[in-house]
Design a protein around this ligand. Sequence first.
Ligand SMILES: O=C(O)CCC(=O)C(=O)O
Length: 272
Amino acid sequence: MNEHHGLTEAQKAFYHENGYLIGLPPIYTAQEMAGFNAELPELLKLLKPGETSKDIREWHETSLYLYQICMNRKILDLVEDILGPNFFMWASGFFIKEPYSTSKVGWHQDAYYWPMKPQHSVTVWLAFDDVDEGNGGMKIIPGSHKGGVIKHQRKQSEQTDSVLTLELEQGSFREDTAVQFKLKAGEISMHDDRAIHGSQANPSPRRRAGLTVRYSGTEVKNDLAVNPNFKAYLCRGTDEYRNNPVGVVPTQRFGRPDFKAVSIEEAGAVKM
Ligand SMILES: O=C(O)CCC(=O)C(=O)O
């Protein structure tokens, strides 16, 4: 029998109060993560000249390697306790900072980037390495998901080392309250789509790699005019809304889609 291994009432309350959750039981063992890390080059091999690991987005649609992680039932049990019984998975992407990388992720709210309504999404960040402050682990502002979505500013690449070009201005939130995430490889953090988060550079000799997977309640609708390739994979329950095109389960272990995933910014539809 498949038992539900979800969140405690205290963990649910913490998430709703703070907009994030860490300290969860590991999803994968160190040995399983070593296996995923050993296979990762097979995916990286599929990148085209000029592309980086950041371009591995929505490859769960063509790679069982990723699809199986995104649909891991241990993860879905936890997400279900946040989003409720009916939800789908729609995005995945790597955030890899190689040793001594100056690349950071500027403070932002995911909901600002996504042409999706209403805001009812959770990101799972699966650590492929041990991550902490020393190698540029993520930081989050507790409770910031309650303040609504704040206007982001566009940064030119010469002004920022951030892999994202829309950032929150200093002073628009209390940076001194930030909580540092520490995860062992195989553990996850979860965060609300309105939570303010980001990460610093990686000045260490250790890689810092994580896979983000995004889940939304079935009532959430993507604007296809902005992100036309959007595909929803129902994880739990029923999709009574039928708001979004449905994805097809991949058949090969490694493959790349022939489209490029876009956010509102990339589609030129930034709400400023
Ligand atoms: O990996 C990071 O540092 C940032 C990830 C992120 O921004 C996200 O998961 O939305």
